[in-house]
Design a protein around this ligand. Sequence first.
Ligand SMILES: Nc1ncnc2c1ncn2[C@@H]1O[C@H](COP(=O)(O)OP(=O)(O)OP(=O)(O)O)[C@@H](O)[C@H]1O
Ligand SMILES: [Mg+2]
Length: 356
Amino acid sequence: MKKTKTFKFKESVGIDIGTHSVKVVHLKRLHEGFKLLNYEIRPTVPQGVEYIPSDLRPDRYAPVLVEIFKTLRINPKKVQHLVTSVGGDNTSIKQIKTIFLPDDELESALFFEAKKHIPISGTDMILDYQVLSVEEKTNNMNILLAATSKELLNEHTSTLVSAGLTPNIVDIDSLAVANSFALNAFVEEGVYVLLNLGAHRTNMVIWGPEARFFARDIPYGGYHFTRDIMRKRQMEFEEADEYKLKWGLLDDPSISESKTISMLDISEKSTEDAIVEEIRRSLRFYVKEAGTSDIRKLYMMGGTAKLKGLQEYIQEKVSIPTDVFMPFINVEMPEKFMDKKDPQLALAIGLAMRTE
Ligand SMILES: Nc1ncnc2c1ncn2[C@@H]1O[C@H](COP(=O)(O)OP(=O)(O)OP(=O)(O)O)[C@@H](O)[C@H]1O
Ligand SMILES: [Mg+2]
């Protein structure tokens, strides 16, 4: 999703507005590649207030953005190249195949096609597309359709405007996840599973240089892990959230085992199991649809990728080599940021590295 106007820029800003935290990355463009100038991660819910996704209002984002830009000493009016993204139920990305169509027929045919594939009502849909390839033998076209609802885009635009920013390029979360990975990983052939583990959902993307693109959202994230801890360890939200940041899926050795186990309601499935089940189900679907099972690796990003024990758990249960994604491989890092290779910034980095 982009506006057509592009121009040469010296600095860029990528903004990932998540329901839990806003992430902003400020890059300088070098002759080749980028250098990290600064970044900021800031929660959108005040300390001590319980994060409940359904209770949160969209007008809380703009003040957080204003604070972040103040801290980073960036004048929002002077940002040259701003890239943001939207995600969730009112966005969709689908790779489809059609018979060959000339340019002048393509757009209206795709709109018609998109209505069949994408669960957004026709009158409310904004559609973008990219022709990925034309198959030599059959002349069929492989096309990536990207859609969002007008309402969502308007809400996003008004958040940025309220923060004094001028909206420019607006991407879709799952495409930005793939882009961040493609620009910051040593990609070989084959297929990669990318999980952007947020607070109330996880974008799952299956991507490979030559592979079929697949994206869907899994309705679990960090919030659900905190709820598990509340239930399992009989804690209030704040205490459970602190426990989560410190111990993740591991047991605090100072708490006696018998106490937690006796309180565990075994009838409810854990969040890690629910996520693993969703990954398995999507992979089965993908292998059947795309006709490949050459899955090389699974990468975790987003704030919940930092949850202790999760990487090992997923690797064991899904049987795919799994790692936490380090988003700065192709970004020059000043000394002061060297130890800060935070996977929570993955999407914002991918956005800031978009050149058009
Ligand atoms: N060190 C950590 N260990 C475990 N969880 C963490 C850690 N740091 C942050 N988190 C969790 O990561 C989540 C925030 O991550 P992120 O910023 O990617 O989410 P978001 O983009 O705001 O959410 P969403 O995409 O679901 O709207 C929160 O649930 C937070 O508790
Ligand atoms: Mg997010």
